[in-house]
Design a protein around this ligand. Structure first.
Ligand SMILES: Cc1cc2nc3c(=O)[nH]c(=O)nc-3n(C[C@H](O)[C@H](O)[C@H](O)COP(=O)(O)O)c2cc1C
Length: 245
């Protein structure tokens, strides 16, 4: 008897149908794309931001869908973990920038516990990046600029109602969204107070790559110091270590 993790299919299908089980279908799915550049450890720069930007630009050039979409994981004061997708706005010495409402569940969790993680998956390139560290708000000016750079539709969505609270019906949303869109169009400088740009100031950045010639490679950058402010240069002294896959 096996649990199936050794590749043995112990699913009893005789009493069901001849069509493949979900388990069969999952096992047959390809995970990574065919064109995998891997990770050249000896050529890796001393600073993880440089390598991240290099990989992100590679993913953009390769046509990876939404290469700037990432999973943001948070934990609130009670240790309750949550995760959701959001869009990366920028990367630089100040960190990995994203924006959301400060009164959303993720904004509240970040106010209680700034420690968070961003995970990027570029499956077509066989690459994953995990970024961990504290998240800081970037201030009213940066937040307003980010809000005003959003499309009319995105601004209306943010303004229409409080994110993640219970909605009575789609009709209620539609009416609020139509009103918010009209407002955005008559008040183009309107900024939502709760809209907040944040930066994740990385203390750990881990690069994972798989390629047919090299198998899996993991390279972790760690620093104990975080920049005193988002405008400061990167923390000195990143340590690079290989990890067992
Ligand atoms: C592709 C994609 C991109 C998203 N980008 C953002 C974003 O940049 N900011 C944001 O607040 N929510 C974004 N969302 C919605 C979030 O995933 C989430 O549903 C919402 O922010 C509420 O999260 P919370 O309840 O954990 O606060 C995006 C969702 C998807 C699927």
């Amino acid at each position: 008897m096996t649990d199936g993790t050794d590749g043995t299919d112990n699913t009893d299908r005789t009493d069901r149908t001849d069509s493949p089980t979900l388990r069969d279908r999952l096992r047959a799915l390809p995970v990574l794309g065919p064109d995998l550049p891997g990770l050249a450890v000896d050529a890796a720069p001393d600073d993880p931001v440089t390598l991240f930007v290099d990989w992100l630009q590679d993913a953009i050039d390769a046509g990876v869908p939404a290469p700037h979409a990432a999973t943001l994981s948070t934990a609130d004061a009670g240790g309750r973990v949550d995760a959701r997708t959001l869009i990366l706005k920028d990367v630089g010495p100040g960190g990995w920038a994203f924006a959301t409402r400060s009164d959303s569940p993720k904004g509240i969790a970040l106010a209680q516990n700034p420690n968070a993680a961003l995970t990027f998956l570029w499956r077509e390139r066989g690459r994953q990046v995990r970024v961990r560290g504290p998240v800081v708000p970037l201030g009213a000016e940066v937040s307003a600029a980010d809000f005003l750079a959003r499309s009319d539709f995105s601004r209306a969505t943010a303004l229409a109602g409080q994110q993640s609270t219970t909605l009575a019906s789609r009709a209620q949303y539609r009416a609020a969204w139509d009103a918010a869109l009209a407002r955005v169009r008559t008040e183009p400088e309107l900024v939502l107070d709760a809209w907040t740009a944040y930066a994740l100031e990385a203390t750990t950045v881990e690069f994972w790559a798989s390629s047919p010639g090299d198998g899996q490679t993991r390279l972790r950058y760690t620093t104990s110091a975080t920049p005193p402010s988002p405008d400061d240069p990167p923390s000195p002294g990143w340590t690079k270590e290989l990890l067992w896959p």
